[in-house]
Design a binder for this molecule. Structure first.
Ligand code: FE2
Length: 246
């Protein structure tokens, strides 16, 4: 079984379509680490596609926000404005789908998917130190997470944690061969709003049988996604950041 791992699509239909075209014939089943909506202009289209195509999913903080399950007071002004726009724009049945999404971690065939950290779905896992504190609580040898929009991950050895990065700017993929006696926390990166300085849509494919994770980047039609954001009246910053990947 080959799993396509998606995270942080954020209503970016163009990025999602580019990922699906780029990943064609590389996977059998689709998983999602949350944040289907927020920031982007196509929350309904993305949510409907996820409803029809994703086998396992956990919710993200922006899914909770759109569904009215999150207090928006701690969101920054741009995120809050986009959450309110998303709530107003989406069809009731898609909002209901977001409201019913489950909190991670979710077990899948010997590994797990989650949004923030194994202990807190809203926590940002960024540094090796963050992971050192989480290592005792990792229930699975392999965990996929999102939330930070940073592609890459962490190897948890008995003696410490080692971080690894995502795909290089001049490449389209990076293979990560999983070692034995090591736990992994792996972020496929964000499909719809990368923040690691690479504007290309990010995703991963995992083959448990061969113990291989491949990280990918796919170019997409950023200009169309930006035009839709501006036409929707969403903050200009949300359009501008897409082409910089920040
Ligand atoms: Fe996100």
């Amino acid at each position: 079984m080959r799993y396509l791992i998606l995270s942080d699509i954020h209503g970016n239909w163009e990025a999602l379509q580019a990922v699906l075209a780029h990943a064609r014939s590389k996977y059998d089943r689709i998983l999602c680490c949350g944040d289907l909506v927020g920031y982007g202009a196509d929350p309904d289209a993305v949510t409907e596609w996820v409803r029809d195509n994703v086998a396992s999913i956990v919710r993200g903080n922006h899914d909770k926000a759109a569904a009215g399950l999150e207090d928006l007071e701690w969101f920054n002004p741009v995120a809050k404005q986009s959450a309110l726009w998303t709530q107003a724009a989406m069809k009731p049945e898609n909002i209901a789908y977001l409201r019913d999404l489950t909190k991670g971690p979710e077990q899948v065939n010997g590994f797990q998917i989650l949004h923030g950290s194994p202990l807190d779905e809203d926590e940002y896992v960024v540094t090796e130190r963050d992971v050192e504190q989480l290592a005792p609580y990792l229930d699975s040898e392999v965990s996929f997470f999102g939330h930070t929009h940073l592609q890459g991950g962490f190897q948890c050895h008995r003696n410490g944690v080692v971080a690894f990065g995502g795909v290089d700017d001049d490449a389209q993929d990076r293979a990560v061969e999983l070692e034995t006696d090591v736990s992994y926390l792996i972020n496929p990166g964000s499909v719809g709003q990368p923040r690691d300085g690479d504007w290309r849509a990010a995703y991963a494919v995992y083959q448990p049988e061969t113990r291989l994770v491949t990280l990918y980047r796919a170019e997409y039609d950023v200009a169309s996604a930006q035009k839709k954001i501006l036409k929707a009246g969403l903050p200009e910053l949300l359009a501008a950041r897409l082409e910089a990947g920040v």
